[in-house]
Write a protein that binds this ligand. Sequence first.
Ligand code: ADP
Ligand code: MG
Length: 272
Amino acid sequence: METASRTAPITAGAARIEIDDVSLRYFTKQGETQALAGISLNIEAGEFVSIIGQSGCGKSTLLSIIAGILEPSGGVVRVGGQPVTAPSQRIGYMLQQDYLYEWRTILDNALLGAEIQKRNMKESRERAIHLLEKCGMGSFLNHYPRALSGGMRQRVALARTLATNPDVVLLDEPFSALDSQTRLAIADEVVDVLRSEGKSVVLVTHDIGEAIAMTDRVIVLSRRPGRIKSQHLMRFPSYVGGRPTPFQARSLPEFNTYFSTLWDELDVHVEG
Ligand code: ADP
Ligand code: MG
């Protein structure tokens, strides 16, 4: 069988991610911690996957490796067929903390990445405004972050991540600082924006419901050192008429079935 060659054309605006036998050890004064062991995983161009696993199992470590921020101890990550060896413009990374600059307006915050990457600012401005509008922030362009709620700040952070038009978007627990109602509301909008942009997306979360409702495939990591324990395609045949929104997905019978399967997979223990 022919495999994707290095010269294969890349789908515009999305890229395949190949994670090939990746492991990572941290070395500190206290000793050595193996965070990841033998992770092999492909994410198709335009696919939206989630990675779940207990705290400390290596989820953030894996995202940092995909982002080119951490070098794996073994194995390789390729994006669009090219090995990742350093952070690149093709990869957008959004963290739990929004890192908005309080002295810059919302629009100027959304333009930060484009400025750093020395993009055409006229085009970037148009794109940033378009994205902020899509994220429901169109009437706040000239406001400052301090005037915004946590959910609004995360919308701005998402627009900023997308403003540089990366092929791959990595999201590390982007909603975990938000209250549960805001999380539910923002999930629908975020999925809508990400899907319409057609990016390859990897969402890391410890929230099973979020993973089921938002993504196409849920990947479960074992306890440390993180290995792939199982993978599950999220399908909602009981929903007629396309794909359910995250909010709709939560009331479908498949949601409960997936939830109990994944709950068992995660093997959560409460101490005491
Ligand atoms: P998760 O995001 O799933 O909670 P992390 O990827 O942050 O997990 O961490 C995986 C393991 O590696 C944890 O045991 C953590 O303590 C350890 N770890 C993370 N970062 C470092 C670091 N910079 N130095 C040493 N150990 C680390
Ligand atoms: Mg983490």
